[in-house]
Structures are given as structure tokens and as C-alpha cells.
Write a protein that binds this ligand. Structure first.
Ligand code: MOS
Length: 709
């Protein structure tokens, strides 16, 4: 790593000194604090809400129920919930907002919430796991059911077959900063201090709900304390906070309690997947059939398009996919870090490892035999693909070929090795950015981007510094305000490629302006001689047909995706079923890497996230009501430092993708989390011969016992 590649985060001093202000840190004068009251049961009809006791609490100003709320206008995606709460007397999941307590302090609001009595007639809930299955509505953003070739005859032709079901439990994002919206009306215009991954998504949705003009809504979000997808779309609490502020004509702060996070901002749904693979004796796939069922709400829809993984990863002549929803009385899920291929690879890559074992072929060789040189469904060339190099370099760094010569025992620990392919589609969003180059030799980027901890501002500063030939310390960035030039969202592993391209294009336009001012490149001289305090340029990253979004290169001559290979070594204590990560190597093909330090952090974090999914995370539901059992973070298991070895190696294949973006990058954020679970399951099988097909892989599953209790 060169010094330039180790650029640390530009916003880090703000965060470590506590100067960074998050949404809920804003308290305009006169602010009322709001707390949601949730439905006390999974299904029913409200017969009355007694607010007298709540209103008697010192400091409680108002309790708003459906009777007080305006009839919301129709909202569309990126609204996460289309059937908005507080509109009728029916509720469809435990915790669905049924009232809002407003008070002079958060303590008073909490006391008021506890005193609200919701009277209701309970209905019999449809319980998770016993819901009805139906195909998701069309059109779908992703997850269309496809058929390539003849899957039935492909399955029949195979000499060796795998037909297995793979499960994963629901899990929540559990971001450190719970979602928060501070809403303030002034002269009919609305300002929201909001904790989001895409503030540009908020005005159109809130405007539609409240019957406002989106241009009259400003969203400010300087820092986002983690999101992982839970702050990507627009959720009811954002609309409710704004509606309440309009009703009471005072600023309203709605900072979700940790409890609310489980029901108000989505989660990754429970998934059941079935994979059928068939292959010739020498390991050529003849068919892939992939079906996925995700748990879903009654009134709202989220499809977890896990089958996407099977459409493009391997060169099978026959591929068939099918998505299903299973509806029950729960809140609606949403994308969560490494959606789509993340869940999909748990199934596909587990099945590939089982196929390799059945064929007695090295699992890495099986992947190489079936490498997709072109996109399997469309036969389009890839914009750039260096997966073979990633396999090779990952295997070399890990010592994959020599693994059987290594020790298999370390004290009580039995050691196993596993691998899987990583992949994540290439999401691209149209994005803009403005760059000002000043006569003092500094540059300022203006872009309504956000940072959820990935280092976006840092990466954009670096792009501008490189493009303009300036020292990095001369570049600054303004972000997190809808008054800035609209940029892409910070989700879908898309921000660097999209907004980063817009920054680069603005800088290239500035260089052209400098060129017109005269020879030489020193902006101080050129601007000084021209008597200009600054020059300004806008950059726009555009997509085919002027679309706001493009998935996987659709509508272009190229297919786009990202890939990698993950290798893990685990230790199992066979007496207790304990499982430990000992080391991991991830090698990736994701286009150009802009800033190696933050990129390595992203992938390391992804592997840790994947380890959590593989061995710890599950959001348990009460089997009699479907309600999430967790009300706070106690008993919510996620990896901590003691769970993670220092021996995690990240490698990026040298690559420049000229088709995916203006800076050679595709995207990395979520890629690192994919495939880890399947690699871990394979390593456990390698160590102790237990094949586990249900996430998370808890000790009792390794011991082969039944669920405790
Ligand atoms: Mo991620 S689920 O794209 O925030």
C-alpha cells in the first residue's frame, strides 16, 4: 500500500471528538419529543384508545391516533410501506404504530406511551411459518422467474444430482444509531433532520403522503450511524413525524426506540430455498433450479430476490428460477446488507459444495469448470470479469491446494476448510456532483451523498484530488443536504461508482475550463491571471435511456456484476459444538479500487458480517404471536472483537472497468458478505462431517441435537 492508498476518513475527527451531529442531535427550539405506541397484538381491530391517563402525565402535550392524522395520499416506492399506519382501525402486526405521544421531554413521552391503553378485538393471526404462499406481484425490480433451456431434461441428464433445501432465519440490521426524524415546518416549508441512506428518496414520498410539493421539503443528514439497508427506503415514522409537526405546529423529534427498530424499519426475512443441481461425472453443470420463499407481511410486499444468484453465476445450459412470498402477520422486510445474492448464495454455494463432495472434485475446480465466460441468460460479454484471477490469488494466499497437508487438530479444536464464490449484482444509480476549484488551489465537492460508515466522502475527495492533481488535503466536500446537487443513494454498493463518476466528470470539465484559460495546470496561476475567484463544473453520471437505475448492465451491450472467492478456516469443538473463525482470505474482482484502506475495511467488515449471519444472527419470533422476542439488544448476538481473528486477508484483482463507470470501479460494499455462510458450512463439514443447511449454525445444530427448550 502506498501512502496515497491509505487515506483515512475525512469525517473521522468529527466522529471521534463527538462533534458529528446525527439527526436526533438536532433539537430546534420548541421541539416536542415523540414516541410511537405499537399495536399490542399481531392482528385485530382497535375499539378505542384511552389517552386520558397519558395526557395526565406531566409534560405530555398530545396523543395522536388515526382520528387525528390526515388521510395520507398514496405513496409509491421508494416508500418501504405502501399501506401507511394510523389510517384505519385495523392492525396487521405486533408493534404497528397505532398512536403517537408528544411531550416536552423524551421521559414524559415515554411515560405517556406507557399510560396509553389500546382496546381491541383480537383477530386470529396468520403465524410465520404457517402463512400462505403466493407468487410475488409483477413487474419486479429484481427476482423475475426465468427459464433458460430445458431444466427438466438438464436435471435428467446429470449423472450426479443435488436436491436440497436451505433455510435462514430472519435477522435485523441493528444499526448503532436508531432511525430518527426531526421535522420542522416554517412558512409551509418542511425541514427534516433525518437518518437516511438516500435523503433524495424522502421528499417525494413525504410530499405524496402529506399533499405537499416535494420542492418544499428539505432533508438534512450529515451523519448516518449505520444503516445496512434499514435507512434506504422511506418508512412510516418519517411521514408520521412530519404529519405530527404540521398538526401541532411545533418541531417534532421522533427518535425510534431500540424496540421500535424491530418493527418499524424492516429486517432480512426468513428464507427457505430449494436448489437442484445436476452435473456430468466430470463436473459440468447440466441444470440449476432455484426456488426461494421469503416471509412477508400481509398488506405490504418485499421480495427477497435470492434466485438472482443462480441466473448469472455459472455457465449451466439450463437454469430455472422461481420466487414465492409467504404472507403472515409480521412487518414488512427490506433489503439488508448483502440482499439478493447474499441469501441466494447461501443456498447455491452450499449446493455447489455438496455437489463437489458428491463428485469427489475439489470445490474450487468445480467452480472453475463452470465459470461463466459470458452472462448465461443473455450471452452478453461482461463489462469486465477477473473472477478466475480472484479464485487463483485467493487460493494461493490461503494455501488452499495444500490444505490437506496441514494439521487437523489444535487442542480441542478440529480444523476444517471451506470456500465459496462471492457475487453481487452491479447496481448503478444516476448521480450528480458539483466541484468548485478555487484560486487558492483548493477544491470543494458538493454532492448530496451520505456516509453510513463506508468512507464515501473520503473516496470522493480522493477522486477529485487525483483528477485535479491536487494534494488530498486541499479537497473538501459538502454532503448530506437535499439543497446540494442530487447524487446517488448510499446503498446497493453503488455510491463510489455512481457519485464517484459524477465527481470525476465534474473535475474533467474543470480541467477543460482550465485548458481554455491557458497552458499549464496550476489552477492558482491560471485563475489568478484570469481574475477568477473560482471555476465551477457539474458532473453527471447518466444511465441508458436516462434511467435513474440500472441493474447488471441491462439495456447495455455488457452484463455487469462483481465477484470474488472466500476461503475460511474454522475450528470446531466437537464436544460442545462451538465454532470459531480462525482465518479467512477474500479475493475480489470489482473493478478499480479507489482507496485501498477503506476498501479493505469494507471487505473485512463484510466477512465479519457474513460470519455473524453464518453462526450467530437470528431474530427469534414468538411462535404463538409472531412477535419479535427481542425488545432491545440483549440476547441479540452479533460478532464482537473476541469472535474475529486478526488473520483476515483481503486481495483485489487489478482491474479497470471502463464500461461500468467513469472511474473504472463497479462496487464493493456488500460483495464481501456474500458466500461466507456457505464457505463456513463447508468448513464445518470438512472438520466434523456434519452438513448444516439452516442458518445460523448454532452449537446445538453441530451437535445434531434438537432445538433447546
Ligand atoms: Mo444495502 S441493503 O444496499 O444498504
Amino acid at each position: 500500500m502506498t501512502a496515497a492508498q491509505t487515506m483515512s476518513r475525512v469525517e473521522a475527527p468529527l466522529k471521534v471528538t463527538g462533534a458529528a451531529k446525527y439527526a436526533a442531535d438536532h433539537t430546534p427550539p420548541g421541539t416536542l419529543h415523540a414516541v410511537l405506541v405499537g399495536a399490542p397484538a399481531p392482528a385485530g381491530r382497535i375499539t378505542g384508545i384511552d389517552t386520558a391517563a397519558a395526557l395526565a402525565e406531566c409534560g405530555v402535550v398530545k396523543v395522536l391516533t388515526a382520528k387525528d392524522m390526515p388521510r395520507f395520499g398514496e405513496v409509491k416506492p421508494p416508500a418501504a410501506v405502501l399501506s401507511l399506519p394510523l389510517q384505519e382501525n385495523i392492525f396487521r402486526f405486533e408493534g404497528e404504530p397505532v398512536a403517537l405521544v408528544l411531550a416536552e421531554s423524551i421521559e414524559a413521552a415515554e411515560a405517556g406511551r406507557a399510560a396509553v391503553v389500546v382496546r381491541f378485538d383480537a383477530a386470529t393471526p396468520v403465524l410465520p411459518g404457517s402463512g400462505w404462499r403466493e407468487p410475488p406481484p409483477t413487474p419486479r425490480l429484481l427476482g423475475d422467474d426465468v427459464a433458460l433451456g430445458d431444466a427438466a431434461s438438464g436435471l435428467a441428464q446429470g449423472a450426479v444430482k443435488i436436491d436440497q433445501a436451505y433455510f435462514q432465519e430472519a435477522r435485523h440490521h441493528n444499526a448503532m444509531e436508531t432511525a430518527a426524524t426531526v421535522a420542522q415546518f416554517e412558512n409551509g416549508k418542511l425541514t427534516l433532520w433525518d437518518s437516511v441512506q438516500a435523503s433524495g428518496n424522502v421528499p417525494p414520498v413525504v410530499a405524496a403522503a402529506l399533499g405537499m410539493n416535494a420542492d418544499d421539503i428539505r432533508v438534512i443528514c450529515p451523519h448516518t450511524g449505520g444503516g445496512f439497508g434499514s435507512k434506504g427506503y422511506v418508512w412510516p415514522h418519517q411521514i408520521i413525524a412530519a404529519a405530527a409537526a404540521r398538526i401541532v405546529q411545533r418541531p417534532v423529534k421522533l427518535h425510534l426506540r431500540r424496540h421500535d427498530q424491530f418493527v418499524c424499519v424492516g429486517y432480512q426475512p426468513r428464507l427457505e430455498q430449494r436448489i437442484q443441481l445436476a452435473a456430468t461425472r466430470d463436473g459440468r453443470l447440466t441444470a440449476i433450479v432455484h426456488e426461494a420463499v421469503n416471509a412477508c407481511a400481509i398488506a405490504d410486499t418485499y421480495v427477497e430476490p435470492a434466485t438472482e444468484a443462480s441466473k448469472s453465476l455459472y455457465a449451466a445450459p439450463a437454469i430455472r428460477t422461481r420466487q414465492w412470498l409467504e404472507r403472515s402477520n409480521i412487518n414488512v422486510p427490506t433489503p439488508m446488507r448483502a440482499p439478493v445474492e447474499g441469501p441466494g448464495l447461501w443456498a447455491l454455494e452450499s449446493a455447489m459444495n455438496e455437489l463437489a463432495a458428491a463428485l469427489e472434485i475439489d470445490p474450487l475446480d468445480l467452480r472453475l469448470f463452470n465459470h461463466a465466460d459470458v452472462e448465461p441468460m443473455t450471452k452478453k460479454p461482461w463489462s469486465s470479469k477477473k473472477l478466475r484471477e480472484a479464485y487463483q490469488e485467493g487460493a494461493r494466499l490461503f494455501g488452499w491446494a495444500g490444505r490437506d497437508q496441514r494439521t487437523r487438530q489444535d487442542g480441542p479444536w478440529r480444523i476444517g476448510y471451506g470456500m465459496a464464490t462471492s457475487t453481487m449484482g452491479s447496481f448503478r444509480f444516476a448521480a450528480g456532483a458539483r466541484v468548485r476549484l478555487k484560486a487558492d488551489g483548493t477544491a470543494r465537492i458538493e454532492a448530496n451523498t451520505h456516509d453510513i460508515g463506508t468512507g464515501t466522502q473520503t473516496v470522493f475527495c480522493r477522486i477529485a484530488a487525483e483528477e485535479l492533481g491536487l494534494p488530498i488535503e486541499n479537497v473538501s466536500i459538502a454532503w448530506g443536504d437535499t439543497r446540494l446537487p442530487p447524487s446517488g443513494p448510499v446503498y446497493g454498493s453503488s455510491a463510489t461508482g455512481g457519485t464517484g463518476s459524477a465527481v470525476a466528470l465534474a473535475c474533467r470539465e474543470l480541467k477543460a475550463q482550465l485548458g481554455r484559460l491557458g497552458a499549464g495546470n496550476d489552477p492558482r496561476t491560471l485563475l489568478g491571471e484570469a481574475g477568477l475567484p473560482e471555476i465551477v463544473a457539474d458532473g453527471a453520471f447518466t444511465l441508458p435511456g436516462g434511467a435513474p437505475f440500472n441493474a447488471n448492465g441491462d439495456g447495455t451491450p455488457f452484463a455487469m456484476s462483481t465477484w470474488g472467492a472466500i476461503f475460511v478456516e474454522v475450528g470446531i469443538d466437537p464436544e460442545f459444538g462451538l465454532v470459531r473463525l480462525r482465518r479467512a482470505v477474500g479475493a475480489y474482482s470489482a473493478g478499480r479500487i479507489i482507496n485501498l484502506k477503506t476498501a479493505i475495511s469494507q471487505m473485512t467488515g463484510g466477512i465479519i458480517w457474513g460470519w455473524g449471519k453464518a453462526t450467530m444472527e437470528e431474530s427469534v419470533q414468538d411462535p404463538t404471536t409472531g412477535a419479535w422476542l427481542a425488545k432491545n439488544l440483549s440476547n441479540v448476538a452479533v460478532p464482537v472483537n473476541a469472535d474475529i481473528p486478526s488473520d483476515i486477508t483481503i486481495h483485489f484483482v487489478e482491474e479497470y472497468d471502463e464500461h461500468a463507470s467513469a472511474i473504472g470501479a463497479r462496487g464493493i460494499g456488500e460483495l464481501g458478505a456474500t458466500g461466507v455462510d456457505a464457505a463456513v458450512a463447508a468448513a464445518i463439514f470438512d472438520a466434523v462431517g456434519v452438513r448444516i443447511r439452516e442458518l445460523p449454525i448454532l452449537p446445538w445444530k453441530i451437535l445434531g441435537e434438537h432445538a433447546p427448550g
